[in-house]
Design a protein around this ligand. Structure first.
Ligand code: ADP
Length: 168
């Protein structure tokens, strides 16, 4: 049984993340999407909100589970019987950040390897932070996240079109 962990902030999850999850689920027997409890960042969505959002978007993929963690990622992987960490790569700057992280994790625990999936071209520009920035000014984020997540983001910021606000 090949288990993998796909860790991240997912604040919020975007179509780019969802694409990586679907592709990873085709490669591994089981993929645990795990929300990182990063005390250094002030998130838009709480851990519980992010976990339930991800559960909703992955509910039709039977071999995907959702959890959260803090502490060392490699410890979390070992506890979950996962020998692989999945990370998505959008551009060279992602690689520069991810390579030493992967190498550090391997020094910390040689049983856990990192596998990188190159982003699909249509999502190469997409990041949670730009989605939040656009939404905070009422921009149309329908190409970036599923509709129910867009609504939740607009609600947090009190933005969106008149129509959207009136609907709520
Ligand atoms: P972080 O873990 O750095 O806070 P995120 O939660 O945004 O970042 O992303 C988690 C993982 O998903 C990372 O490996 C990141 O590179 C990847 N990722 C983020 N956005 C995309 C995208 N548009 N396409 C593919 N992978 C992505």
């Amino acid at each position: 049984m090949k288990r993998a962990v796909y860790p991240g902030s997912f604040d919020p999850i975007t179509y780019g993340h969802i694409d990586i999850i679907k592709r990873a689920a085709e490669i591994f027997d089981c993929v645990e999407v795990s929300v990182l409890n990063n005390i250094g960042k002030t998130p838009l969505f709480s851990i519980d909100e992010r976990v339930s959002i991800i559960k909703e978007v992955t509910k039709d993929i039977p071999n995907v589970t959702v959890g959260s963690f803090d502490g060392l990622l490699v410890d979390y992987c070992m506890k979950n019987n996962a020998r692989t960490i999945i990370r998505g790569l959008r551009m060279i700057t992602d690689f520069e950040y991810e390579l030493p992280l992967a190498q550090t994790n391997r020094k910390l625990c040689e049983n856990v390897d990192t596998v990188f999936l190159a982003t699909s071209l249509e999502y190469a520009y997409l990041s949670s932070s730009t989605v939040k920035e656009a939404a905070s000014f009422g921009g149309d984020i329908s190409k970036f996240v599923p509709p129910f997540i867009a609504d939740m983001i607009y609600k947090k910021y009190g933005t969106g079109s008149e129509e959207r606000i009136n609907e709520q």
